[in-house]
Design a protein around this ligand. Sequence first.
Ligand code: XLS
Ligand code: CA
Ligand code: CA
Length: 438
Amino acid sequence: MANKEYFPGISKIQFEGSGSKNPLAFKHYNPDEMILGKKMKDHFRFSVCYWHTFKGLGSDPFGPGTMIRAYNDSSDPMKVAEMTLDAAFEFFTKLGAGFWCFHDRDIAPEADNLAETNKRLDHIVAKAKALQEETGVKLLWGTSNLFSHRRFMAGASTNPSPEVFAYAASQVKKAMEITKELGGAGYVFWGGREGYETLLNTDLKREFDHLAKFLHMAVDYKKKIGFDGQFYIEPKPKEPTKHQYDFDAASCHAFLQKYGLMDHLKLNIEANHGTLATHTFHHELEYSAANGILGSVDANRGDLLLGWDTDQFPVDLYDTTLAMYTITKAGGFTTGGLNFDAKVRRQSIDPEDLFHAHIGGMDAFARGLKAAAKMLEDKPFENFVKQRYAKWDGELGKKIENGQIGFEELEQYILQHGEPEIQSGRQELLENLLNEYI
Ligand code: XLS
Ligand code: CA
Ligand code: CA
């Protein structure tokens, strides 16, 4: 660990229980506590994201950053990269998050050409590897920033220029190599600017084909280098482009099926992207779980009154409860985890705000898990759903499900039996019940 302390006055965050008034302690997240036969920390596999937490300084379209960080205090960009990495590992260790995530360009700044940029990455990755070994912190996933540089203004693999496609491929090739080098459990493809601003200048069909071609090349290269991490696509409907091709879980699912990619990619579901697509976080998780493509989660939340990706820290207990309910019911994380793709607000300028934010998110998920565990043990919702669909296990239901009858037999059935029986959906009762668990 570096000699310099970047978060002085803050020691390792401890679990102090719900009576604690200490803002720098966990009230609910108790890493080794067993819930449903598994340690809490293994349910979550919490991860800290590098981009918001260490590279974000609170800038918005109306003004530059507000946050002054000790690890930015140099005019040499590589010195800043090194100091930031030291600060990051100090933060991961003090917080007790077991994992981290990064984009290639977060950890090492781009140089004048690709060869030099890759050299910078190698230098930082060697340091990151040593810090991982020293602290035991692991890499949840790596990814590539294919959206900030001006060359990617019209997309990366969906760019009208094959040269930009080639540049993106070179960048992802390297990002996969360093993710493997750091033992990453996964690799994320988020379609940064893979979408369009206007269809008047866009060959939509060709762009989709190119996106798929790119992912197939990545799958081939993954095999070639023996990287055994899980690939994920991260859906998002808009922002930065007005329409992103990986719109939501269902459109990603259709894309993966159409292009023969189902065996190679799962989804990284982000809460705020779900709500931007006018779904709930719960819906996106449930859809993915139902189709066997739930891989990992970017934990955050949006703001109902703001129509963009605010990436706030998750504090809503309904969200965390329903998320943990679906995730746990689906068997829990294997390669994936809960990555805080979230940023503190522009006025939260102190380093300790980063701790408050993560502690709050971890506690909110711990409460969600505890409520979900009780729901899974008592099964009030599962039993209700089972009973609601019970007739499908009867004679008629079975015949339909097994494809043994068609329209003519069904018409005969109705002519014989008359008006179907209907039953209440009991929504209000179920919502009241959910409140009892929260
Ligand atoms: C942006 C995305 C991005 C991905 C990683 O909205 O959430 O941060 O998670 O590229
Ligand atoms: Ca994300
Ligand atoms: Ca986001």
